[in-house]
Design a protein around this ligand. Structure first.
Ligand SMILES: Nc1ncnc2c1ncn2[C@@H]1O[C@H](COP(=O)(O)OP(=O)(O)OP(=O)(O)O)[C@@H](O)[C@H]1O
Length: 695
C-alpha cells in the first residue's frame, strides 16, 4: 500500500526488487509445507484424543485393547520429525492424462489430508506416486513436470524441475540426488524415499507373491531396497502382513541397531528384526565347535540325518492294546495298529502331529468297539480318558515315542548307533567320526550346546512341530547363510515370500554361498529371480577401483560396481607406528564433517581404542549408534553392512590373516567409506593390493 506523509501526499513504496518467479514458487511451496505440517499435527491430535477416550467407546476389554493398540500405532505413525522433509517431490500431470489431467500432487513420507479430506501430501507408496520414481523423458507416464525439493535442516530451500513433456530429464545428474549421496554420514542409516532410483524402485514395488534375490556390489543400496520393500508391502497389504508379520534378518546386533530407525521414519513401527542366531536360539550357546565340526553341522545333509533319526524312532507295534473300561475290556490287535502307524507315517506330518494323529486313531478304534457293544456313542470325557489311558500311552511310547528337538540332536550326536543308522550313505565314516567326537552332557539338559547345534536343534524342531512363519522375510547379507540356516529361514517363510539381499564377494562365513541358486533352493524359493544392482551410492570411484583389485582373488562371479561418486579420496600409506598413525589420521578426519570408522583385525581393536583414548579422542562401539562420539573403532568381523564418512583401515595383512576368508573380509572393510579411505600398514599389503593396478 502506498505510504502517506504528514502533509497528506502519497508516495510510492520504496522500490523492492520484485520477487522472481522462482522465489514466488519457492515461497508457495514453503507455504504448502507449512499447511501440510499443520494438517499432520491436526491428524495426530485427533488420533491422540481418540486414543485417550478409546477404552470408553469400546464395548469390551478385548475390543478396547485392539482399538488401543491400533490407535497407539496410528499416533506413532503420524509422528512428524521436523528434521526430515514431509514431502520431497511434486508431480504435475499433463493435460492428456485420463485420470489426473492438469492436477499436481506432492509426494512425501505419508498421506496428509486437509480437514475436508483432500490430499495435501501423497504417500510415496501410493499408486500415483510410482510415476515420481519411474517416469522418464522416454516414458513420461502422464507427467508433465517432476519437481524435486531440496531441504536444509527441515526447511525447504530449493527445487529442481524436469519437464518430462519437453524431453528434459536429469537422471543421476540431479543436484539434489548428488547432494543426498554426498551428504556426510553421521549416526544410523536413513531412508532414501526421496531419491529411490528406477532400478531400485522396481525391486521395492515387486509383488508380495514374488520372492526376489538381489546381488549387488557394496553400497548399491541393497539394504535400503530391502527396508523400503518391507515398508511398501506393509502399506499395500496392511491387514494381511500385520497378522502374518514381517521379519528383517541381519548379520549381527550392530547392523540391526544401525538400520533400526529406517522403518519407523517411514511410519512402520511393527517389524520384527533378528539375527539368524536369534531365530534359532532355543537353547543358550555355551560351547564352541571345532571349525570342521561346525562346517559339517551346517551341511544340508544333516537335515537328512536328523529326519532319518526321527523316522527310525517310529517302529512296528509288537503287542496288542488292551484297555479296561469299567466292566468292559477293549482290545486292538497288531494288524489294525500296524495300519494306523503306516497310514500316519505316509501322511508326512510333523512328528508330534503324527503322534497325536496315531493317538486319535487308536481312540477311534476303541470308540467303534464301544459303540458296537453299548449301542450308544461315548462322550468327549470318555474319549479324553481313553486317549490318556496307560495302555494307549504305553503303545505310543513304544511305537511313536515322544520327542524333543534337543533330545533328537542329543541322540544323533551322542549315540553312535543312532548316528550310524541315520547317517549311513549320507555322511562318510570320517564325517561320522567327526560328529562322534562332539562333547555332550549325559542328557540334553546337561549339554553345553554350540552355535551350530542350535541350528540342528531348530531343524529338529521343524521336523517335530510346525514353525510359525512370517508373511514376508527380508534377509540381508544373505551370502553368509549356511544351507542349514537357509532352511531355518525357509521354515519361517514357507507360506510367505522373501527378499534376499547380498553380495557373493562379501561372503566371509566358511560356508558362504558361491551361487545364489543354491541358497534359493535351500530357502525353498528355487524360482526366485536374481537381479543385479550395480550402481554404487556409497563408495567413491577411486576407492571402488582400489577394492576391486581384490575381486579376481575372491573367486566369485559378480558384476563389479560402478560408482556414482567421483569425489572422495584414497590414501594408502606405509607407516612405522600403527597406533600413532591411526591417531593422527583420525584427528585429521575429525577436521571434516561426518563419522569416522577405524576398522582393524579383531584382536587389534582394544589397543587402538586405548591409543585413541590416551590421545583424548573418545570412541564408540559399533552397536552404539546413538553415541555422541564421532569415532567408532570396529572389529573387521562386525563391520559388514555399516558405513562411515571417513574410514581408516589398519593393517590389512592382519585382517586377511585372521580368518580363512580374510581377503573377502578385507574387501568388506575397504568398501565402508563414503568420502575417504585411508589404509595404514606396516606389513606389506596383501597380494592383489601390493601389485600395481592393471592398466
Ligand atoms: N537411491 C539412493 N539415493 C540416495 N542414497 C542412496 C540410494 N541408494 C542407496 N543409497 C545410500 O547408499 C548407501 C549404501 O546403501 P546400502 O547400505 O543399502 O547398500 P548395500 O548394497 O546394502 O551395501 P553393502 O553391500 O555394503 O551392505 C547408504 O548410505 C544409502 O543410504
Amino acid at each position: 500500500m502506498p505510504a502517506t506523509d504528514e502533509r497528506g501526499r502519497t508516495h510510492p513504496e520504496p522500490a523492492q526488487p520484485a520477487p522472481t518467479r522462482l522465489e514466488t514458487e519457492l515461497s508457495t511451496e514453503q507455504a504448502h509445507l507449512e499447511t501440510s505440517r499443520l494438517a499432520l499435527r491436526r491428524m495426530r491430535e485427533r488420533a491422540q484424543s481418540l486414543f485417550a477416550t478409546g477404552d470408553k467407546v469400546a464395548g469390551d476389554a478385548y475390543t478396547a485393547e485392539q482399538l488401543g493398540r491400533h490407535l497407539a500405532r496410528r499416533v506413532a505413525e503420524l509422528a512428524d520429525d521436523p528434521a526430515t522433509a514431509l514431502f520431497f517431490g511434486r508431480l504435475d500431470f499433463g493435460p492428456t492424462d485420463p485420470e489426473h489431467a492438469g492436477r499436481g500432487y506432492h509426494v512425501g513420507r505419508r498421506h496428509v489430508t486437509d480437514e475436508r479430506g483432500e490430499p495435501l501430501v501423497l504417500d510415496w507408496r501410493a499408486p500415483v506416486s510410482r510415476a515420481f520414481y519411474r517416469a522418464s523423458a522416454r516414458d513420461p507416464q502422464g507427467i508433465a513436470v517432476r519437481r524435486r525439493f531440496g531441504f536444509s535442516a527441515g526447511a525447504l530451500t530449493s527445487f529442481e524441475d524436469e519437464h518430462l513433456d519437453r524431453g528434459e530429464e536429469l537422471g543421476t545428474a540431479s543436484r539434489i540426488l548428488t547432494a543426498e549421496i554426498e551428504r556426510p554420514r553421521v549416526g544410523p542409516m536413513r531412508d532414501i524415499v526421496a531419491t529411490i532410483q528406477p532400478e531400485q524402485d522396481e525391486l521395492v514395488r515387486a509383488d508380495l507373491a514374488d520372492s526376489i534375490c538381489v546381488q549387488g556390489a557394496p553400497g548399491t543400496g541393497k539394504t535400503a531396497v530391502g527396508l523400503h520393500r518391507a515398508a511398501y508391502l506393509l502399506y499395500l497389504h496392511r491387514e494381511r502382513l500385520r497378522r502374518a508379520g514381517v521379519l528383517i534378518v541381519g548379520p549381527n546386533r550392530a547392523f540391526l541397531s544401525y538400520i533400526a530407525a529406517v522403518l519407523p521414519a517411514l511410519g512402520e513401527v511393527e517389524v520384527a528384526q533378528a539375527t539368524v542366531e536369534d531365530l534359532v536360539a532355543r537353547v543358550p550357546v555355551r560351547a564352541v565347535d571345532d571349525p570342521a565340526v561346525a562346517a559339517l553341522k551346517h551341511d544340508p545333509r544333516m537335515a537328512g540325518v536328523l529326519r532319518r533319526a526321527a523316522d527310525a524312532l517310529i517302529t512296528a507295534p509288537t503287542e496288542p492294546i488292551m484297555v479296561s473300561d469299567g466292566s468292559f475290556r477293549w482290545r486292538i490287535g497288531l494288524d489294525p495298529l500296524h495300519r494306523v502307524i503306516e497310514e500316519t507315517r505316509r501322511e508326512g506330518l510333523p512328528y508330534d502331529t503324527g503322534r497325536e494323529r496315531v493317538r486319535a486313531r487308536v481312540v477311534g478304534l476303541l470308540q467303534r468297539q464301544a459303540e458296537a457293544r453299548r449301542a450308544e456313542s461315548p462322550g468327549d470325557a470318555w474319549l479324553r480318558r481313553m486317549g490318556k489311558a496307560r495302555p494307549v500311552t504305553a503303545f505310543l511310547d513304544a511305537a511313536w515315542p515322544a520327542l524333543t528337538p534337543e533330545g533328537l540332536v542329543h541322540s544323533v550326536l551322542g549315540d553312535p548307533d543312532v548316528l550310524a543308522t541315520a547317517a549311513d550313505g549320507l555322511l562318510t565314516d570320517g564325517e561320522q567320526a567327526l560328529l562322534r567326537g562332539t562333547k555332550l552332557g549325559r542328557t540334553p539338559k546337561a549339554t553345553r550346546w554350540t552355535a551350530a547345534d542350535t541350528v540342528l536343534i531348530d531343524e529338529a524342531a521343524g521336523l517335530i512341530e510346525r514353525t510359525t512363519g512370517f508373511g514376508h522375510v527380508v534377509v540381508d547379507e544373505a551370502q553368509d547363510l549356511s544351507p542349514m540356516q537357509c532352511r531355518a529361514i525357509a521354515r519361517r517363510s514357507e507360506h510367505g515370500s522373501i527378499t534376499l539381499l547380498g553380495d557373493l564377494a562379501q561372503g566371509t562365513a566358511p560356508w558362504a554361498a558361491t551361487d545364489w541358486r543354491e541358497s534359493l533352493a535351500h530357502l525353498g524359493k528355487p524360482d526366485a529371480v536374481v537381479v543385479p544392482l550395480s550402481v554404487g551410492f556409497r563408495v567413491p570411484a577411486v576407492v571402488v577401483a582400489f577394492a576391486n583389485r581384490l575381486l579376481p582373488a575372491l573367486a566369485v562371479d559378480v558384476p563389479p560396481a560402478v560408482s556414482l561418486r567421483h569425489d572422495g579420496a584414497l590414501d594408502v600409506r606405509a607407516v612405522a607406528d600403527l597406533a600413532a598413525a591411526t591417531v593422527a589420521e583420525v584427528r585429521a578426519a575429525l577436521g571434516h564433517d561426518g563419522s569416522v570408522g577405524v576398522i582393524a583385525a579383531d584382536d587389534a581393536v582394544d589397543g587402538l581404542r586405548a591409543a585413541l583414548a590416551a590421545a583424548g579422542v573418545p570412541t564408540a562401539t559399533a552397536d552404539d549408534v546413538a553415541a555422541s562420539a564421532r569415532v567408532t573403532v570396529v572389529p573387521a568381523t562386525l563391520v559388514k553392512g555399516l558405513e562411515y564418512d571417513h574410514v581408516v583401515v589398519v593393517e590389512p595383512a592382519a585382517i586377511v590373516a585372521a580368518e580363512q576368508r580374510g581377503l573377502h573380509r578385507l574387501y568388506v572393510a575397504l568398501t565402508r567409506a563414503v568420502s575417504g579411505l585411508s589404509v595404514l600398514h606396516t606389513a606389506p599389503l596383501p597380494g592383489p593390493l601390493a601389485e600395481p593396478p592393471a592398466a
